[in-house]
Ligand binder design. Sequence first.
Ligand code: 2NL
Length: 342
Amino acid sequence: MTLDELIKRIADVETKAATLIASAESASALEAARTSLVGRKSGELTALIKELPTLAPEERRDAGAAVNRAKTSIESALDARSSEISSHDTSVTTADLTMPARRIWKGGKHPVTLVIEEIEDIFRELGFTVALGPEAETEWYNFGALNFPPDHPAMDMHDTLYIDDDLLLRTHTSPVQIRTLQNYKPPIRILAPGNAYRRDFFDASHAPVFMQIEGLSVDEGVSFVDLKATLTNFANRFFGKTKTRFRPSFFPFTEPSAEMDLECRLCKGAGCSACKGSGWTEILGSGMVHPAVLDASGVDSERYTGWAFGMGPARIAMQRYGIPDIRLLYDSDMRFLEQLAG
Ligand code: 2NL
Protein backbone atom coordinates (compact mmCIF):
# COMPACT_ATOMS: atom_id res chain seq x y z
CA MET A 1 0.00 0.00 0.00
CA THR A 2 1.25 3.49 -0.74
CA LEU A 3 1.25 6.35 1.73
CA ASP A 4 -1.45 8.23 -0.19
CA GLU A 5 -3.65 5.16 -0.28
CA LEU A 6 -3.21 4.64 3.45
CA ILE A 7 -4.03 8.29 4.24
CA LYS A 8 -7.19 8.02 2.15
CA ARG A 9 -8.22 4.75 3.83
CA ILE A 10 -7.73 6.37 7.26
CA ALA A 11 -9.95 9.27 6.22
CA ASP A 12 -12.62 6.76 4.99
CA VAL A 13 -12.58 4.91 8.33
CA GLU A 14 -12.96 8.23 10.19
CA THR A 15 -15.97 9.20 8.07
CA LYS A 16 -17.56 5.81 8.56
CA ALA A 17 -16.80 5.97 12.30
CA ALA A 18 -18.61 9.32 12.64
CA THR A 19 -21.88 7.89 11.19
CA LEU A 20 -21.60 4.58 13.01
CA ILE A 21 -21.00 6.20 16.40
CA ALA A 22 -23.70 8.86 16.00
CA SER A 23 -26.31 6.26 15.00
CA ALA A 24 -25.59 3.86 17.89
CA GLU A 25 -28.68 4.03 20.17
CA SER A 26 -27.66 1.59 22.88
CA ALA A 27 -24.59 0.52 24.82
CA SER A 28 -24.50 -2.78 22.90
CA ALA A 29 -24.74 -1.07 19.46
CA LEU A 30 -21.91 1.24 20.50
CA GLU A 31 -19.82 -1.70 21.68
CA ALA A 32 -20.32 -3.38 18.25
CA ALA A 33 -19.13 -0.13 16.58
CA ARG A 34 -16.07 -0.01 18.83
CA THR A 35 -15.17 -3.61 17.87
CA SER A 36 -15.60 -3.02 14.14
CA LEU A 37 -13.46 0.16 14.21
CA VAL A 38 -10.68 -0.24 16.75
CA GLY A 39 -11.12 -3.86 17.98
CA ARG A 40 -7.86 -5.77 18.47
CA LYS A 41 -8.69 -8.52 15.99
CA SER A 42 -11.12 -7.20 13.39
CA GLY A 43 -11.08 -3.40 13.75
CA GLU A 44 -10.82 -1.57 10.41
CA LEU A 45 -8.38 0.98 11.80
CA THR A 46 -6.40 -1.83 13.49
CA ALA A 47 -6.01 -3.44 10.04
CA LEU A 48 -4.50 -0.21 8.69
CA ILE A 49 -2.02 -0.02 11.60
CA LYS A 50 -0.85 -3.49 10.58
CA GLU A 51 -0.03 -2.06 7.11
CA LEU A 52 2.56 0.39 8.52
CA PRO A 53 5.57 -2.00 8.21
CA THR A 54 4.89 -2.37 4.47
CA LEU A 55 5.64 1.35 3.85
CA ALA A 56 9.03 2.76 3.05
CA PRO A 57 10.90 3.65 6.29
CA GLU A 58 10.79 7.45 5.58
CA GLU A 59 6.99 7.34 5.10
CA ARG A 60 6.25 5.41 8.31
CA ARG A 61 6.52 8.45 10.67
CA ASP A 62 3.80 10.51 8.91
CA ALA A 63 1.61 7.46 8.41
CA GLY A 64 2.00 6.44 12.09
CA ALA A 65 1.08 9.96 13.24
CA ALA A 66 -2.03 9.96 10.97
CA VAL A 67 -3.22 6.54 12.25
CA ASN A 68 -2.71 7.58 15.90
CA ARG A 69 -4.62 10.84 15.43
CA ALA A 70 -7.51 8.89 13.86
CA LYS A 71 -7.46 6.31 16.69
CA THR A 72 -7.52 9.01 19.41
CA SER A 73 -10.37 10.91 17.77
CA ILE A 74 -12.46 7.74 17.19
CA GLU A 75 -11.92 6.63 20.79
CA SER A 76 -12.94 9.98 22.23
CA ALA A 77 -16.06 10.02 19.98
CA LEU A 78 -16.90 6.52 21.28
CA ASP A 79 -16.47 7.68 24.91
CA ALA A 80 -18.59 10.82 24.39
CA ARG A 81 -21.41 8.79 22.78
CA SER A 82 -21.19 6.24 25.57
CA SER A 83 -21.87 8.84 28.27
CA GLU A 84 -24.73 10.30 26.20
CA ILE A 85 -26.37 6.85 25.96
CA SER A 86 -26.07 6.09 29.68
CA SER A 87 -27.55 9.48 30.62
CA HIS A 88 -30.77 8.76 28.68
CA ASP A 89 -30.87 5.03 29.30
CA THR A 90 -34.58 4.33 28.82
CA SER A 91 -34.50 1.06 30.83
CA VAL A 92 -34.06 3.08 34.05
CA THR A 93 -36.16 6.16 33.35
CA THR A 94 -39.44 4.51 32.24
CA ALA A 95 -40.06 3.31 35.83
CA ASP A 96 -42.18 5.77 37.87
CA LEU A 97 -39.95 6.26 40.89
CA THR A 98 -42.64 8.25 42.72
CA MET A 99 -45.08 5.31 42.68
CA PRO A 100 -45.80 3.92 46.21
CA ALA A 101 -44.31 0.48 46.88
CA ARG A 102 -46.66 -2.51 46.93
CA ARG A 103 -46.77 -3.67 50.54
CA ILE A 104 -47.26 -7.26 51.64
CA TRP A 105 -50.64 -7.91 53.34
CA LYS A 106 -49.58 -8.89 56.84
CA GLY A 107 -53.09 -9.52 58.21
CA GLY A 108 -55.06 -7.60 60.81
CA LYS A 109 -56.41 -8.11 64.30
CA HIS A 110 -59.72 -9.90 64.85
CA PRO A 111 -62.51 -7.70 66.29
CA VAL A 112 -62.59 -9.81 69.50
CA THR A 113 -58.81 -9.36 69.90
CA LEU A 114 -59.26 -5.59 69.46
CA VAL A 115 -61.89 -5.54 72.22
CA ILE A 116 -59.71 -7.64 74.60
CA GLU A 117 -56.67 -5.40 74.00
CA GLU A 118 -58.70 -2.26 74.62
CA ILE A 119 -60.09 -3.69 77.88
CA GLU A 120 -56.55 -4.67 78.94
CA ASP A 121 -55.28 -1.14 78.18
CA ILE A 122 -57.97 0.48 80.35
CA PHE A 123 -57.41 -1.89 83.31
CA ARG A 124 -53.62 -1.67 82.96
CA GLU A 125 -53.89 2.04 83.77
CA LEU A 126 -55.84 1.05 86.91
CA GLY A 127 -52.99 -1.21 88.09
CA PHE A 128 -54.12 -4.59 86.68
CA THR A 129 -51.74 -7.08 85.02
CA VAL A 130 -52.67 -9.91 82.64
CA ALA A 131 -52.56 -13.53 83.94
CA LEU A 132 -52.83 -16.69 81.81
CA GLY A 133 -53.33 -20.39 82.62
CA PRO A 134 -54.19 -23.83 81.22
CA GLU A 135 -57.35 -24.50 79.20
CA ALA A 136 -57.61 -28.10 80.42
CA GLU A 137 -58.34 -28.03 84.16
CA THR A 138 -59.34 -30.29 87.01
CA GLU A 139 -62.86 -30.23 88.44
CA TRP A 140 -61.47 -28.62 91.59
CA TYR A 141 -59.94 -25.58 89.85
CA ASN A 142 -62.95 -25.07 87.57
CA PHE A 143 -65.76 -25.73 90.10
CA GLY A 144 -64.67 -26.92 93.58
CA ALA A 145 -62.50 -23.93 94.53
CA LEU A 146 -65.20 -21.61 93.21
CA ASN A 147 -67.78 -22.73 95.76
CA PHE A 148 -69.91 -24.76 93.34
CA PRO A 149 -71.84 -27.38 95.34
CA PRO A 150 -70.88 -30.96 94.29
CA ASP A 151 -74.19 -31.51 92.43
CA HIS A 152 -74.30 -28.17 90.58
CA PRO A 153 -75.92 -28.53 87.11
CA ALA A 154 -73.01 -26.69 85.39
CA MET A 155 -70.79 -29.70 86.20
CA ASP A 156 -73.11 -32.01 84.27
CA MET A 157 -71.68 -33.81 81.24
CA HIS A 158 -74.42 -32.12 79.22
CA ASP A 159 -72.97 -28.67 79.92
CA THR A 160 -69.22 -29.22 80.29
CA LEU A 161 -66.72 -30.87 77.90
CA TYR A 162 -64.82 -33.57 79.85
CA ILE A 163 -61.49 -35.02 78.68
CA ASP A 164 -61.58 -37.78 81.32
CA ASP A 165 -63.07 -38.28 84.82
CA ASP A 166 -61.25 -35.35 86.38
CA LEU A 167 -59.97 -33.32 83.41
CA LEU A 168 -62.22 -30.90 81.58
CA LEU A 169 -62.06 -27.88 79.27
CA ARG A 170 -62.44 -24.84 81.53
CA THR A 171 -65.92 -23.28 81.37
CA HIS A 172 -64.57 -19.85 82.42
CA THR A 173 -61.13 -18.32 83.12
CA SER A 174 -61.76 -18.28 86.91
CA PRO A 175 -59.23 -21.16 87.43
CA VAL A 176 -56.51 -18.66 86.41
CA GLN A 177 -57.65 -16.41 89.27
CA ILE A 178 -57.58 -19.36 91.72
CA ARG A 179 -54.01 -20.23 90.66
CA THR A 180 -52.98 -16.58 91.12
CA LEU A 181 -54.55 -16.44 94.60
CA GLN A 182 -52.61 -19.63 95.50
CA ASN A 183 -49.27 -18.34 94.23
CA TYR A 184 -49.19 -14.60 94.99
CA LYS A 185 -49.77 -12.54 98.13
CA PRO A 186 -52.34 -9.70 98.02
CA PRO A 187 -52.62 -6.98 96.83
CA ILE A 188 -53.69 -8.81 93.66
CA ARG A 189 -55.14 -7.03 90.64
CA ILE A 190 -55.33 -9.23 87.54
CA LEU A 191 -57.18 -9.68 84.29
CA ALA A 192 -57.62 -13.23 82.94
CA PRO A 193 -58.47 -13.29 79.22
CA GLY A 194 -58.68 -16.54 77.24
CA ASN A 195 -60.71 -19.33 75.69
CA ALA A 196 -63.53 -20.99 77.61
CA TYR A 197 -65.63 -24.01 76.54
CA ARG A 198 -69.26 -25.07 77.02
CA ARG A 199 -71.22 -27.92 75.55
CA ASP A 200 -73.54 -25.63 73.58
CA PHE A 201 -74.93 -25.80 70.06
CA PHE A 202 -73.33 -23.31 67.69
CA ASP A 203 -76.15 -20.82 66.97
CA ALA A 204 -76.55 -17.08 66.40
CA SER A 205 -75.81 -16.27 70.06
CA HIS A 206 -73.80 -19.27 71.40
CA ALA A 207 -70.47 -20.86 70.50
CA PRO A 208 -68.94 -23.96 72.15
CA VAL A 209 -65.56 -22.14 72.30
CA PHE A 210 -65.60 -18.48 73.26
CA MET A 211 -63.37 -15.80 74.70
CA GLN A 212 -63.89 -14.71 78.26
CA ILE A 213 -62.21 -11.97 80.24
CA GLU A 214 -62.35 -11.95 84.02
CA GLY A 215 -60.93 -9.47 86.49
CA LEU A 216 -60.02 -9.88 90.16
CA SER A 217 -58.95 -7.42 92.85
CA VAL A 218 -58.06 -8.70 96.35
CA ASP A 219 -56.54 -6.71 99.22
CA GLU A 220 -57.25 -5.57 102.78
CA GLY A 221 -60.26 -3.26 102.99
CA VAL A 222 -61.55 -3.73 99.40
CA SER A 223 -65.32 -3.06 99.27
CA PHE A 224 -68.30 -2.98 96.93
CA VAL A 225 -67.55 0.74 96.45
CA ASP A 226 -64.29 -0.25 94.69
CA LEU A 227 -66.23 -2.67 92.46
CA LYS A 228 -68.82 -0.08 91.45
CA ALA A 229 -66.34 2.75 90.97
CA THR A 230 -63.87 0.68 88.94
CA LEU A 231 -66.46 -0.97 86.69
CA THR A 232 -68.32 2.33 86.13
CA ASN A 233 -65.04 4.03 85.21
CA PHE A 234 -64.27 1.16 82.83
CA ALA A 235 -67.71 1.39 81.14
CA ASN A 236 -67.36 5.14 80.63
CA ARG A 237 -63.88 4.71 79.17
CA PHE A 238 -64.83 1.85 76.87
CA PHE A 239 -68.27 2.93 75.66
CA GLY A 240 -68.03 6.70 76.14
CA LYS A 241 -69.99 8.47 78.88
CA THR A 242 -73.13 6.34 79.29
CA LYS A 243 -75.55 5.63 82.17
CA THR A 244 -74.94 2.34 83.99
CA ARG A 245 -76.90 0.42 86.60
CA PHE A 246 -76.21 -2.58 88.84
CA ARG A 247 -78.84 -5.29 89.31
CA PRO A 248 -78.68 -8.04 91.96
CA SER A 249 -77.67 -11.43 90.55
CA PHE A 250 -76.27 -14.76 91.70
CA PHE A 251 -73.01 -16.65 91.14
CA PRO A 252 -71.72 -19.37 93.50
CA PHE A 253 -68.30 -17.60 93.67
CA THR A 254 -69.48 -14.08 94.62
CA GLU A 255 -71.69 -12.70 97.39
CA PRO A 256 -73.32 -10.30 96.87
CA SER A 257 -73.41 -10.57 93.05
CA ALA A 258 -74.43 -7.89 90.56
CA GLU A 259 -74.93 -7.57 86.85
CA MET A 260 -73.93 -4.28 85.23
CA ASP A 261 -76.16 -2.86 82.51
CA LEU A 262 -75.45 -0.04 80.09
CA GLU A 263 -78.17 2.28 78.85
CA CYS A 264 -79.08 1.09 75.34
CA ARG A 265 -77.03 3.20 72.93
CA LEU A 266 -79.50 2.78 70.08
CA CYS A 267 -82.66 4.09 71.80
CA LYS A 268 -81.07 6.03 74.72
CA GLY A 269 -83.17 4.09 77.23
CA ALA A 270 -86.54 4.39 75.48
CA GLY A 271 -86.68 0.69 74.55
CA CYS A 272 -86.06 -0.84 71.11
CA SER A 273 -85.58 -4.21 69.45
CA ALA A 274 -81.81 -4.28 70.22
CA CYS A 275 -82.49 -4.08 74.01
CA LYS A 276 -85.74 -6.09 73.80
CA GLY A 277 -87.73 -3.06 74.94
CA SER A 278 -85.95 -2.66 78.32
CA GLY A 279 -83.76 0.36 77.46
CA TRP A 280 -80.69 -1.44 78.95
CA THR A 281 -78.13 -3.99 77.73
CA GLU A 282 -76.22 -6.33 80.05
CA ILE A 283 -72.44 -6.06 79.71
CA LEU A 284 -70.92 -8.01 82.60
CA GLY A 285 -71.45 -10.04 85.78
CA SER A 286 -69.62 -9.18 88.99
CA GLY A 287 -69.60 -9.47 92.77
CA MET A 288 -67.63 -9.58 96.01
CA VAL A 289 -65.43 -12.68 96.06
CA HIS A 290 -67.14 -15.32 98.25
CA PRO A 291 -65.10 -15.93 101.44
CA ALA A 292 -65.20 -19.68 100.70
CA VAL A 293 -63.28 -19.00 97.43
CA LEU A 294 -60.55 -17.05 99.27
CA ASP A 295 -60.24 -19.78 101.92
CA ALA A 296 -60.13 -22.57 99.30
CA SER A 297 -57.22 -20.74 97.59
CA GLY A 298 -55.30 -20.29 100.86
CA VAL A 299 -56.11 -16.56 101.29
CA ASP A 300 -57.25 -15.53 104.80
CA SER A 301 -60.86 -14.37 104.33
CA GLU A 302 -60.84 -12.70 107.77
CA ARG A 303 -58.09 -10.37 106.64
CA TYR A 304 -58.70 -9.93 102.90
CA THR A 305 -61.70 -9.09 100.73
CA GLY A 306 -62.03 -8.72 96.98
CA TRP A 307 -64.27 -8.21 94.00
CA ALA A 308 -64.37 -9.87 90.59
CA PHE A 309 -66.12 -9.64 87.26
CA GLY A 310 -66.49 -11.61 84.07
CA MET A 311 -67.54 -10.67 80.56
CA GLY A 312 -67.69 -12.04 77.04
CA PRO A 313 -65.66 -9.88 74.62
CA ALA A 314 -67.48 -11.41 71.61
CA ARG A 315 -70.80 -10.13 73.01
CA ILE A 316 -69.20 -6.72 73.59
CA ALA A 317 -67.82 -6.69 70.01
CA MET A 318 -71.28 -7.61 68.65
CA GLN A 319 -72.87 -4.68 70.52
CA ARG A 320 -70.14 -2.24 69.61
CA TYR A 321 -69.94 -3.07 65.90
CA GLY A 322 -73.60 -4.09 65.41
CA ILE A 323 -72.78 -7.73 64.52
CA PRO A 324 -76.06 -9.69 64.34
CA ASP A 325 -74.73 -13.29 64.49
CA ILE A 326 -71.84 -14.59 66.66
CA ARG A 327 -70.88 -17.07 63.91
CA LEU A 328 -69.58 -14.18 61.77
CA LEU A 329 -66.75 -13.92 64.33
CA TYR A 330 -65.73 -17.55 63.66
CA ASP A 331 -66.24 -17.86 59.88
CA SER A 332 -62.95 -16.25 58.77
CA ASP A 333 -64.81 -14.58 55.90
CA MET A 334 -62.42 -11.85 54.74
CA ARG A 335 -65.27 -9.75 53.33
CA PHE A 336 -66.55 -9.38 56.91
CA LEU A 337 -63.24 -9.33 58.85
CA GLU A 338 -61.57 -6.73 56.58
CA GLN A 339 -64.25 -4.20 57.55
CA LEU A 340 -63.22 -4.30 61.22
CA ALA A 341 -59.57 -5.47 61.15
CA GLY A 342 -57.28 -3.28 63.20
C1 2NL B 1 -70.49 -14.04 84.29
C2 2NL B 1 -69.66 -13.15 85.05
C3 2NL B 1 -68.11 -13.53 86.77
C4 2NL B 1 -66.40 -13.81 88.37
C5 2NL B 1 -66.87 -14.01 87.11
C6 2NL B 1 -64.72 -14.67 89.89
C7 2NL B 1 -63.49 -15.31 89.99
C8 2NL B 1 -63.02 -15.64 91.24
C9 2NL B 1 -63.73 -15.34 92.34
C10 2NL B 1 -64.93 -14.69 92.18
CL1 2NL B 1 -61.56 -16.47 91.43
N1 2NL B 1 -65.39 -14.38 90.97
N2 2NL B 1 -65.18 -14.33 88.67
C11 2NL B 1 -67.17 -13.09 89.27
C12 2NL B 1 -68.39 -12.62 88.92
C13 2NL B 1 -68.90 -12.84 87.66
O1 2NL B 1 -68.52 -13.79 85.50
O2 2NL B 1 -71.41 -13.60 83.66
N3 2NL B 1 -70.20 -15.31 84.40
C14 2NL B 1 -70.99 -16.34 83.85
